[in-house]
Design a protein around this ligand. Structure first.
Ligand SMILES: O=c1ccn([C@@H]2O[C@H](COP(=O)(O)OP(=O)(O)O[C@H]3O[C@H](CO)[C@@H](O)[C@H](O)[C@H]3O)[C@@H](O)[C@H]2O)c(=O)[nH]1
Length: 449
């Protein structure tokens, strides 16, 4: 791919975290910026695999650069996604620095601005060295970000491995959140894992950023967003990205939307656990039991071979009621009028898509921000429920589905979702908060040095 070097001496670089749903929103943001600052040079850094997934040959505004991924030559893939992340973290930031030097040489342009995944605490040091702005992007919600910024305070006030039911009274807007809803590695669990150490360092580094960017809008969680006023130099909520960033039209090779067209309004249960998680076999079997016994029509996005992952005979017995695909056009599925409930792991993008689709959630969280997100859905926004006991269990999940699909309670959730959707859509209008924040961001990137 040929570098595109314009007249503007700006060289804006983006450092992506190449796992989960991280690199793609960063690239979306960079594409939007490249439209606003068309004559600047944009370089995007990620691993070979990630760049291959993200870039089509026709992308002419942004130049991808590959960084080393840290995998040994004879690496045998593991089912545990943390293994590859740890190997990658072992070689940052050296791999990024090397590729950035190459980009500077190739373009002949010194770097003028660094936009990185917020995980990359080292962005602060590199930006300081180069005397350029550092703009970290937090791809999840503001609430989980506040926890990482206040990790030391939480460790002091809650203690390490303290009582699980203690509520978080030291942070605004967290009175219904309990210790057990916090991400693992914060006040319990693997405090010294590479991911936990990275998040801790991130929380300490972010206050020095020129501005922290987030995929949300100020109005969705105002108490929490306001808490950043005294913590960050600038906090720019420029989302939800699904409304603000352009995306290519959804591909639907399995015909999910046609299938939904044939279903009745608000009856279908959509199931997806995002791009990283696969529930353990016993929970897959419970979930299959839920769908078979309850008889609700369902669309299930399930990676891998369903014959192997689901109980024997399930596919045949439910073929009139359900559709199982390896990947669904989720945004569109959640905006389809037939979709009535979303069984989810409560990843941040899924939540935003559910809000825009006005579909109540039934959540089975696994790691990171997902327990906190579940608690927020349930007690702050009241737009869904967590499965009692925190795992898929047949009776409790059927109960949750009936609540959402068949009762007045479900209707109330839908009207709260409509309210949040309005806040989000207003924020992205030309005079809305996200649109204004995006203008601020463009200004910082394009500032005369
Ligand atoms: O069949 C599918 C399944 C998923 N998706 C999309 O994949 C994305 C999934 O994103 P998200 O819900 O955020 O889940 P993860 O991919 O698991 O995201 C990781 O990153 C998020 C943002 O940092 C965190 O909130 C999560 O906990 C973390 O697991 C969404 O945009 C979905 O629309 C599809 O389009 N089709």
């Amino acid at each position: 791919m040929v570098s595109r070097i314009g007249n503007n001496p700006k060289h804006i670089v983006a450092l992506a975290f190449p796992f989960g749903t991280h690199a793609s929103p960063l690239l979306g943001l960079i594409r939007s910026l490249s439209t606003e600052i068309p004559d600047a040079t944009f370089s995007f850094f990620s691993t070979v695999q990630s760049n291959r997934n993200l870039f089509s040959e026709s992308d002419d505004r942004i130049t991808p650069y590959d960084v080393a991924d840290g995998l040994p030559e004879n690496y045998v893939p593991s089912d545990n996604p943390v293994v590859v992340i740890d190997l990658f973290l072992d070689i940052v930031p050296g791999n990024f620095k090397k590729a950035m030097n190459m980009a500077v040489q190739e373009t002949g342009r010194p770097i003028t601005c660094i936009i990185s995944d917020a995980f990359y605490w080292f962005g602060a040091d590199i930006a300081k060295e180069l005397n350029v702005p550092w703009l970290p992007l937090w791809t999840a919600g503001p609430r989980s970000l506040l926890l990482h910024v206040e990790t030391d305070l939480l460790r002091q006030t809650l203690g390490i491995n303290g009582p699980e039911d203690k509520t978080i009274d030291v942070l605004p807007g967290f009175s219904t959140v309990r210790t057990r809803d916090l991400p693992e590695g914060l006040v319990s669990g693997p405090l010294e894992s590479k991911l936990s150490l990275m998040l801790h360092k991130m929380g300490l580094a972010l206050p020095s950023a020129t501005a922290v960017i987030a995929n949300s809008s100020e109005e969705l969680d105002p108490t929490v967003v306001n808490a950043f006023e005294s913590r960050f130099q600038k906090f720019l909520n420029v989302g939800p990205f699904l409304l603000t960033l352009s995306s290519s039209p959804a591909s639907d090779p399995h015909g999910c939307l046609d299938w939904l067209d044939k279903q009745e309004r608000k009856t279908v249960v959509y199931i997806s656990f995002g791009s990283v998680i696969m529930p353990p076999p016993h929970e897959m079997a419970e979930l299959a039991g839920v769908l078979e016994t309850s008889g609700f029509p369902f669309l299930w996005s399930l990676r891998g071979n369903p014959e192997e992952k689901l109980p024997s005979g399930f596919l045949g017995r439910t073929k009139e009621k359900g559709k199982i695909v390896s990947w669904a056009p989720q945004r569109e599925v959640l905006q389809h009028e037939a979709t009535g409930a979303f069984v989810t792991h409560a990843g941040w993008n899924s939540i935003l898509e559910s809000i825009i689709g006005c579909v109540p959630m039934i959540s089975r969280p696994f790691f990171g921000d997902q327990r906190l997100n579940t608690r927020t859905i349930e007690t702050v926004w009241q737009i869904g429920v967590g499965i009692e006991g925190g795992m898929v269990n047949k009776d409790r999940t059927i109960e949750a589905l009936k609540l959402v699909l068949l009762t007045e309670e479900g209707e109330k959730m839908r009207s709260k979702l409509s309210y949040l959707k309005k806040l989000a859509t207003d924020a992205v209008k030309s005079n809305g908060s996200s649109a204004k924040n995006f203008k601020d961001l463009v200004q910082i990137c394009n500032d005369k040095m």
